[in-house]
Design a protein around this ligand. Structure first.
Ligand SMILES: *Cc1c(COP(=O)(O)O)cnc(C)c1O
Length: 396
């Protein structure tokens, strides 16, 4: 029995479960009963892995970053999810879920998106599979992520601006769930991270686990052993981190270090550091840490990075933090910016702002020269150029 996997009700310790309205009960239950059989079938695995190889471009490289290694006194490998089709790890999950939706006989796809990366990945696979697609996106994000909105529309998706609340990711998710309640029979909801009601966190973690399966093989080739001393990743909802650590969860030789978005600082009131600042609650169908007031009103999160700007956290990650399996750092906006410029100048790789939160943990570590470190670069920085241009002094 692995210690860090979900039980059949979707609990990781005290976190997880499926808290859904009555009207969704049957839909979620159908998914729970069928997802493992489908995604473990030969037919699914064949189609999924062929698309990951020929369409996404997997395996993504494991790159020994020499100049960064020298700076931080270790052997630093970057897992290059930024090189995937559509520019991030999100496509691994979107492909898997649309293949699952087809096998379950669903005819319509909905999704939520914050920065637009998951929306673009979903619109992409819907074009590929000829499925109608509606993406819910907060009106604030529609305005500030205009290029991704145009990409989704060009791909044939309908982008639905959400005007409620703060008009960001949390509100888009509420609206997607509302749509799902109205069309539970024919609609599949492609959730973009390891969040939501069971079985989504487990489903998304399994679909992203290709990342750590590849790390094992690639480390064996590079280092002659299939495990690193440290695994590092950023966490928003937790999917790129879950994929990075999945096959090492029960391997105590491997330290897990996760970076969440501190925003302006965890005591500033402008933060998205849910593991540091959250308390036990229920958000979007799961029992997990939530940033909320004493009477349970969700607090608006803040981060410079739209992909990390979420007031909840995957139940797996809440569990790993609470039992001490993972170390979690809060990385502030300025630290992330500095790290993004540093990677750009030392290695010629412009990372996504989200990924920069993982890189910004490096100066806080105390490595030994022989330590093997694998850090996942979850996405590329093209979408963040406007932000980077606002802070040209990121490199000091
Ligand atoms: C969406 C996104 C994230 C955050 O989501 P997780 O589910 O925590 O991985 C991180 N990096 C990039 C590039 C993203 O697009």
């Amino acid at each position: 029995m692995d210690r860090h996997n979900t039980d059949t009700n979707g609990f990781y310790g005290e976190f997880g479960g499926a808290y859904v309205p009555e009207i969704l009960y049957k839909t979620v239950e159908d998914l729970r009963k069928s997802y493992l059989d489908i995604i473990e079938s030969d037919d699914f695995r064949r189609e999924y892995h062929a698309l990951l190889r020929d369409y996404v471009g997997r395996p993504s490289p494991l790159y020994l970053a020499r100049r960064m290694s020298q700076r931080y006194g270790c052997r630093l490998y970057l897992k290059r999810e930024d090189l995937n089709h559509t520019g991030a790890h999100k496509i691994n999950n979107a492909i898997g879920q649309i293949l699952l939706a087809k096998r379950m006989g669903k005819r319509r796809i909905i999704a939520e998106t914050g920065a637009g990366q998951h929306g673009v990945a979903t619109a992409t696979v819907c074009a590929l599979m000829d499925m109608p697609c509606r993406v819910y996106m907060g009106a604030t994000d529609v305005a500030r992520q205009h290029v991704n909105v145009e990409r989704m529309r060009m791909l044939g998706a309908e982008v639905y601006p959400v005007e409620s609340g703060n008009k960001t990711l949390k509100d888009a998710t509420n609206e997607a769930i509302r749509d799902w309640c109205c069309h539970p029979a024919d609609t599949f909801y492609i959730i973009g991270s390891t969040v939501g009601p069971h079985p989504y966190p487990d489903l998304v973690a399994r679909l992203q686990s290709v990342i750590s399966a590849e790390i094992k093989e690639q480390l064996m080739q590079h280092e002659g052993r299939d495990y690193p001393d440290y695994l590092m990743a950023c966490v928003g909802g937790g999917s790129n981190a879950a994929g990075t650590i999945y096959h090492y969860l029960d391997d105590e030789r491997v330290s897990i270090v996760l970076g969440e978005a501190g925003g302006m600082g965890i005591d500033s009131g402008k933060t998205a550091a849910t593991i540091h600042c959250g308390t036990l609650g229920i958000i979007h169908g799961a029992r997990t840490l939530v940033m909320q007031t004493e009477d349970g009103q969700i607090t608006e999160p803040y981060s410079i990075s739209a992909g990390l700007d979420y007031p909840g956290i995957g139940p797996l990650h809440a569990h790993l933090a609470s039992c001490g399996r993972a170390t979690v750092m809060a990385i502030n906006d300025d630290e992330a910016l500095k790290a993004a410029f540093e990677l750009t100048r030392l290695e010629g790789i412009i990372p996504a702002l989200e990924s920069a939160h993982a890189l910004a943990m490096l100066p806080k570590m105390a490595f030994k020269p022989d330590d093997v470190v694998v850090l996942t670069v979850s996405g590329r920085g093209d979408k963040d150029l406007a932000t980077y241009l606002q802070y040209p002094n990121g490199l000091r």
